[in-house]
Design a protein around this ligand. Sequence first.
Ligand code: GTP
Ligand code: MG
Length: 418
Amino acid sequence: MAKAEEIENGNGFKMGDPYYCKECKRNHTKGKIYKEHLNFALFEDANDDDIEDEGNELNYDDEAELVKAFHEIDDEESTIEIENQLEDSIYSEDEDISDNRDSIQDCINAVKKLPGVGEATLNKLIKAGFSSLESIAFTPPKIIQQESGLGEKTTEKLIKSSMEILNIGFKSAEDVWEHRKNIARITTGSQELDDSLGGGVETGSVIEFFGEFRTGKTQIMHQLCVNVQLPKENGGLEGNALYIDTEGTFRPERIIQMAEGLDMDHKKVLKNIIFGRAYNSDHQILLVKEAANIIKERNIKLIVVDSLIGHFRSEYIGRGTLATRQQTINSHLHDLLRLCDIYVDLSIVVTNQVQSKPDTFYGNPLRAAGGNIVAHGSTIRVYLRKGKGEQRIAKIVDAPNLPEGEAIFSITENGITD
Ligand code: GTP
Ligand code: MG
């Protein structure tokens, strides 16, 4: 869909100035160009009254149109941006689009069946990005209210019903065991590292890789994004990855090298990695909250946050901000943990820098940043350090069901190996 063509009417524009749009043959208003044009493009037959509603009360004729509208809004407005290098390959195959649309349709149908959801409520939910039961059940009520404009009572009811359908609440230990039996694993590329992790990076947990600079944290993140796409018999989950990059160190070139090392079609591999660059901690938090809306639709089986603490560390400076910082990190980590709880087949990996703790007299003076909050939030922690040349040493330091052990792996041109 083409965006409005902006034609300069005078010398410079201020908010509220009119823009003449060649495509709609009508004026748009600066600050609202995109929304007005989207409305025009979606409902070319719509009369001007509809357009002036700023899109809040649009009438969708039928469900197919609603799905289409959602899809277009999603394509155009998603804060998850795809790196330029990846753009060519996105949606290049028709079958993927129809798969994608089928699963969106399934999610919407489930929301539609919630008690009390009529056409108007459904429209509001979808326009605000709440197109699945999961996204409703796990988003704080205040956020649903703000984004969708629905009332407090309706929101509460929707959350409660979604939670009931998804069977969220107290469970017996037997149910927990059933849940854990479904846990799958992604190979890291190194047999030794896989073994020390109990067979690879498991789903249903937040796994933290921490260590000094150049110890291979980012390399492991890249490798997992490739490996998650492998067939199950080869150590993958046949799923896609979502990469949240807070440091600007994501490199498609490395993905290509790693994919080629595994004889995979690198174009497909790149296409299946959804990339989001977080420019500050608020943005990072938002990207994780948005992730809930696309996990099912885009078959995401791995979420990477590289790195978890970096922005928080640089934004909250000084002793006085420590408490707020820890609280914010804590709630961010809980957003991640919650995703693991809902999606049994989702794996979350985060990286963490280490900070030196000079008052340690014995043991390793390097400690993961973020303190106890991160230690308690992540379910498995892996400490990385340098060995000789390409070698790196990984030590499992904190896992509820794994022995503490060390593994040696290498970083090569083709990625992580033994
Ligand atoms: P920070 O983000 O700085 O904390 O470090 P990190 O732990 O994320 O390090 P990263 O994963 O970026 O690892 C960098 C290391 O990977 C380099 O020191 C190289 O040794 C290795 N590496 C990266 N690319 C290649 C490559 O193409 N071939 C080989 N052999 N090694 C590579
Ligand atoms: Mg890194």
